[in-house]
Design a protein around this ligand. Sequence first.
Ligand SMILES: Nc1ncnc2c1ncn2[C@@H]1O[C@H](COP(=O)(O)OP(=O)(O)OP(=O)(O)O)[C@@H](O)[C@H]1O
Ligand SMILES: [Mg+2]
Length: 320
Amino acid sequence: MAEAFLQVVLENLTSFLKGELVLLFGFQNEFQRLSSMFSTIKAVLEDAQEKQLNDKPLENWLHKLNAATYEVDDILDEYKTKATQFKQSEYGRYHPKVIAFHHKVGKMMKEMIKTLDAIAEERRNFHLHEKIIEKQAARRETGFVLTEPEVYGRDKEKDEIVKILINNVSDAQELPVLPIVGMGGLGKTTLAQMVFNDQRVTEHFYPKIWVCVSGDFDEKRLIKAIVESIEQKSLGDMDLSPFQKKLQELLNGKKYLLVLDDVWNEDQEKWDNLRAVLKVGASGASVLTTTRSEKVGSIMGTLKPYELSNLSQEDCGCCL
Ligand SMILES: Nc1ncnc2c1ncn2[C@@H]1O[C@H](COP(=O)(O)OP(=O)(O)OP(=O)(O)O)[C@@H](O)[C@H]1O
Ligand SMILES: [Mg+2]
């Protein structure tokens, strides 16, 4: 029941985010954040529903989730109704009614994000099996360019990650891999973009490569994407071996930085295969990856996963 309704609201959010109302009247990031949090929670719902019968706290958690889902649905409805009226009346962004609306939605969203954050955090207590249900094709493709016009907080986190990457002394046998782990919408990609574009990183690593993984962790697809990113041109199809050879030529002896953004792969062997090809770099060459899954973090990481936490209340206040 909870799962079916959550799915409906998630679909409403997705189509709403593609529409023009949100572009005209704002709160895109916040709705995107809610949608990402729902996706994260959805991954454990099947298991939760099966186990709730003999588990009172889990049943309560599902009730809370259900109530929160209804609230998000209400906020979305109210937003759509009001924004449609404003659009028809041709009110600009600075009309008093629009300002009042902004204030109200901002407040509701802030509370909602806090509530859902707590619900998403609480899911960890139940050790539920996470099912990867995300339709990979629907995921947003990311690039290295920081698209968020104003990033709040995160300077400390950026600094810590830059230092870990730069000061990391590897024993050449092992390619250092630092996973940034955290739930959907928390800002992992944004943080990785900040790190990627940091001057110290640019001076330290060459080449710097950004690959948005999101979909299937297919060795050939990823190697091709890495080669294309280095050579800055698209390539035709080839067998795996020539791609592997090409990549090794390009990375051989180089202190490169590879960002693998948004990884979902939990198959150790697939990662081992790619890692074997990447091993030809110079000592200090590193991989930075972002993932929602702790398991992915532990499969890939040679360095302690960087667990991203929520923005502080103050920084969050600035976003809204
Ligand atoms: N520190 C921040 N300040 C302002 N906006 C931010 C910040 N961090 C993230 N955002 C915005 O929040 C949204 C989600 O961020 P991002 O894509 O980085 O999250 P994510 O953790 O990578 O999510 P996912 O698991 O879905 O890939 C984006 O629109 C981004 O621009
Ligand atoms: Mg991301």
